[in-house]
Design a protein around this ligand. Structure first.
Ligand code: PNS
Length: 165
């Protein structure tokens, strides 16, 4: 039987932290479908299509990974692609409450899909897309946190934002 995992997130945009989790999930499961979803609590910089395109570029070297954008419930997406599990990265204790709440809600909505957590590697513990965007906005060097193509797109967004003010 082929094991299928859905790795969900808003990925606004993808960082080395996300790539680490996707790569490690791809070693554990036969197929990893990265689902680019809407987080209603966040105001994204990038459209779902832009986030999906960046993810496709930076995971092009991982053969068993597929990137899909979806607007709707994560459990509906997971059921539609016949996923066995939802995989999420857990960075620190601060992530736990929110992730726990989502995992329990998802299992209430569809109890046939399990959520499993991978612990983020130590060097990525502090990384988040919001922090990276903030560092970029304030003129800091974001190259340690994101691949070059992602850095270029963040810098472009920053330019566009400053022009529209
Ligand atoms: O990377 P994020 O922002 O922590 O990911 C959160 C995400 C996008 C996985 C979550 O907001 C989500 O699942 N959104 C899809 C809509 C949904 O299913 N909401 C109920 C989840 S409890």
């Amino acid at each position: 039987m082929v094991s299928i995992a859905v790795c969900p997130g808003s990925f606004d945009p993808v960082t080395y932290g996300h790539i680490d989790i996707i790569k490690r999930a791809a070693k554990v499961f036969d197929k990893v479908i990265v689902a680019v979803l809407v987080n209603m609590e966040k105001k994204p910089w990038f459209t779902i299509e832009e986030r999906t395109d960046l993810l496709k570029k930076v995971t092009a070297d991982i053969p068993n990974v597929e990137i899909v954008g979806f607007q709707g419930l994560l459990v509906d997406f997971a059921a539609a692609v016949n996923a066995d599990v939802i995989v999420k990265g857990l960075r620190a204790v601060s992530d736990f409450e929110y992730e726990f709440q989502m995992a329990l809600t998802n299992s209430k909505l569809n109890n046939s899909i399990e959520t499993v957590f991978l612990t983020t590697s130590a060097e990525n513990m502090y990384l988040s897309s919001s922090i990276v965007k903030q560092v970029g906005l304030l003129g800091g060097d974001i190259s340690p946190f994101v691949p070059e193509c992602v850095r270029d797109e963040i810098l472009l967004k920053i330019k566009q934002r400053s022009r529209s003010k």
